[in-house]
Design a protein around this ligand. Sequence first.
Ligand code: AMP
Length: 273
Amino acid sequence: MRAAVAELREERTCIGLVPTMGALHEGHLSLVRAARAHCSAVVVTIFVNPAQFGPNEDFAKYPRTFEADCALLEKEKVDVLFAPGTAEIYPPGASTVVEVTGISDRLDGVSRPGHFVGVATVVAKLFNIVQPRHAFFGQKDAAQVAVLRRMVRDLHCPLDVVVCPTVREPDGLAMSSRNRYLSPEQRQQALVLHRALRRVEAKVAAGIVDRAPLIDAGLAVLADEPEIRVDYFSIVHPDTLEDVPDVTAGALVAVAAAVGPARLIDNLLIPPR
Ligand code: AMP
């Protein structure tokens, strides 16, 4: 990877980086296409990062579909695929982490302690290895976006973060590698996440700005599917992830829930009126 980067930089190539954990779908490919549109060389990484999984989470069974991923990336004419092993990224005795304090303990950080330290650490490593001019992330992981934007600002990382819209299935379900865990029945139940977000969006469009009734409205929709286990339903500022008292344009409405074996997340940004 270093040799490839050295060559690209000698040619003054603008490198676009798309970090992923593989099990690629159209959401990932939308980032690849955005990178292709912005940059002259596209580097995709596939690394299932053990540091961002908790002890009781799905690291061991996370879908690994390397051959199919390679075929998709070849079709997109990706310039470099970097798929390191764990020991390359975490050499024995590795003891340095990147912690974006405060913000890493909100939203998913509450029920996944340490998750965003794992994310920030691996992304900082990938930035150092690949030295991209632009790095592409999905709005689907809104809290991750907030953490990484803050890290890039605080550590003066010499690159721009580009955030791409959430890609959805035709029925509204946000695409996710973890959707593979769902039975047909659970897949149907999972649609309630997007419905709850849309209900809040509609209420805001109708003039409701108070946080409490909006959250109640979202939770009421989620209650339509009693088998799912809601982790959070929240309305926050997209940069700080702190609760907003008045819900206006730009506010982030975010939800996480366990649907069968899958912990799913989704969100939307309240559009301008
Ligand atoms: P992951 O492989 O799940 O770590 O995701 C890699 C990147 O793809 C992250 O920046 C995600 O936010 C992004 N991503 C995942 N799902 C989607 C989606 N449905 N739409 C847009 N981006 C996505």
